[in-house]
Design a protein around this ligand. Structure first.
Ligand code: HEC
Length: 134
C-alpha cells in the first residue's frame, strides 16, 4: 500500500516534455505562412531587416516567392537588392499605391514596415527571373 503511493507520488512531467511542447507550439506558429523552410530564421539579419523579412513573408511572398513544390512561376516579379537599391523612394511609392495587378499597401502597412521590407529586400540576392503568367 505504502509502496504504491510512493510510485504515484514519484511521477512528474519530465522537463523534456515541456521543451517538446514549446517547440511544437513554435512550429505551429512559424509554420502558419511558411513558403520556405528558413522563412523565420533571423540569421545575421538586423532587427529592421528581420522585421521586413517577416512582413514580406506575410504580405508579399504569396505573389513574389516561388511555391515550394512547383517553383516554375510566380505571379509577380522576383524581388532582390537589385530591384530596390537606389530606387527606394520610387519603390516605396509603388508599394503604397500598387498597380492593377498588385494591391497597394498604404492602408495595410505602416510607413516604417514598408521601409523595413525595402531594407530586407536589399539583403536578397538576385535569382533566376520568373515570368508572371500572361
Ligand atoms: C497579389 C499579388 C501581389 C502581392 C500580394 C504583392 N505584389 Fe508586388 N507585384 C505584383 C505584380 C503582379 C507586380 C508586377 C507589376 C504589375 O504587373 O503591375 C509586382 C511588382 C512589384 C514591384 C516592382 C518590381 C519591378 O521590378 O518593377 C515591387 C517593388 C513589389 N511588387 C513589391 C511588393 C511588396 C513589397 C509587396 C508586399 C508588401 C508586394 N509587392 C505584394 C504582385 C503582388
Amino acid at each position: 500500500m505504502g509502496s504504491q503511493g510512493q510510485m504515484l507520488g514519484g511521477r512528474r512531467l519530465p522537463a523534456s516534455g515541456w521543451i517538446l511542447f514549446a517547440m511544437a507550439m513554435f512550429g505551429i506558429f512559424a509554420g502558419s505562412s511558411l513558403p520556405a523552410q528558413d522563412a523565420y530564421r533571423k540569421g545575421s539579419l538586423t532587427d529592421a531587416e528581420f522585421n521586413g523579412k517577416k512582413m514580406f513573408q506575410q504580405r508579399c511572398a504569396v505573389c513574389h516567392m516561388p511555391l515550394v513544390i512547383d517553383d516554375s512561376r510566380t505571379w509577380g516579379p522576383a524581388l532582390s537588392a537589385e530591384t530596390v537599391t537606389g530606387k527606394e523612394p520610387v519603390v516605396r511609392e509603388f508599394i503604397r499605391r500598387g498597380t492593377v495587378r498588385m494591391p497597394g499597401f498604404q492602408y495595410g502597412l505602416e510607413p516604417q514596415e514598408i521601409d523595413d521590407i525595402i531594407t530586407y529586400l536589399k539583403t536578397v540576392k538576385k535569382t533566376e527571373p520568373k515570368k508572371a503568367p500572361e
